[in-house]
Ligand binder design. Structure first.
Ligand SMILES: [Zn+2]
Length: 325
């Protein structure tokens, strides 16, 4: 069992069971000196709210004792309670600079983001499936208006922040940060590493609308975690991860093995992103379109950067082929 208390820091995990494959949604109260920080803020639902209040009360605190909220990334299952907390108790909210247009649901950014996916799915040869998904994103843009984070958000720029070193760990999301307690070798890592499932590197545009090589970023972020010699990862979902070294190596190995399988499929004559997705994921391509395409595009970009693949635009669609060494 990991000891969650020491002379200068105490962690109170808030672990809310989740029926999905995520198993749980986790966020963390961290007491350091005069500050009581909340790292991430779960879903916007009563289970998470009650979990927060119970954990505060059980340990002799109330909501008014919270001094700030610090976000690992902008995903909705990590920021859910921010509005509810700050409307009752206005405290600073800290996040990566690139989280801000996403959390504030900046119209210009969101329109650009939908256009990014429209073009990307077209170029990957996704045809109707891609058009359907782009239309879904357009509707979601309107439907999710009420999810705007109302509080002012302070950009995390300076390192350290409340005794945490700020570690950039993009890949799962472009704005993902991990907070590292050097004394304890603890890493609050958002969705960088999850014990029971492999975390997805999700394709996203940067603020200028450019695609970033998300899988490569995710691999580099995991390697950063290895180099820090972390003793415990506090993840956004599932169990706390003690001595994450071997789990990270396993994830890195599996990624390489999967890339090799894609290479073999492309060697067999498959050339577009959508063909690759259908051939590898079968009907899951239709059921979980955006996740599957993120995975495929992440691997294609990764293999291209490694010099294993080249691509050619034919009638608006990228065709990939293996570079024989
Ligand atoms: Zn996430």
């Amino acid at each position: 069992m990991i000891e969650l208390k020491n002379a200068c820091c105490e962690v109170f995990p808030i672990i809310i069971p989740d029926r999905s494959s995520l198993k749980s949604v986790n966020f963390f109260l961290v007491k350091q000196g005069h500050s009581l920080s909340l790292i991430d803020a779960g879903w916007n639902n009563d289970e998470c709210w009650n979990g927060l209040i119970e954990t505060l009360n059980k340990n002799g605190f109330t909501l008014k004792d919270l001094t700030e909220i610090i976000l690992t990334h902008h995903h909705i299952d990590h920021v859910g309670l921010v509005n509810r907390i700050t409307s009752e108790h206005p405290i600073p909210v800290y996040a990566h600079p690139d989280s801000i247009p996403r959390l504030k649901r900046d119209r210009h950014f969101l329109v650009m983001r939908v256009e990014f996916y429209e073009q990307l799915y077209h170029e990957m040869g996704c045809g109707e499936s891609g058009e359907h998904h782009a239309a879904y994103l357009k509707k979601a843009m309107e439907r999710n208006k009420q999810n705007i984070i109302q509080a002012d958000i302070t950009k995390i720029i300076d390192d350290p922040l409340f005794n945490f070193h700020i570690i950039d760990v993009p890949g799962h999301s472009p704005d993902q940060l991990a907070f590292y307690d050097e004394k304890q070798s603890w890493l609050f890592a958002g969705d960088l590493l999850i014990e029971h499932i492999s975390s997805n590197a999700l394709v996203e545009p940067d603020l200028l609308g450019n695609r970033t090589p998300t899988l490569l970023q995710h691999i580099d972020s995991l390697k950063k975690c290895l180099a820090l010699n972390v003793k415990c990862v506090f993840p956004g979902h599932g169990s706390l991860i003690e001595d994450p070294h071997s789990l990270i190596l396993k994830r890195l190995d599996r990624t390489e093995a999967k890339s090799e399988r894609f290479i073999q499929l492309i060697k067999s004559g498959i050339s577009t992103g959508s063909e690759l997705a259908i051939s590898f994921y079968k009907k899951t391509y239709y059921e979980q379109f955006s996740l599957v395409m993120s995975e495929i595009i992440g691997h294609l970009d990764y293999l291209e950067i490694k010099g294993r693949l080249k691509k050619e635009l034919i009638q608006g669609i990228w065709h990939y082929s293996v570079i024989e060494s």
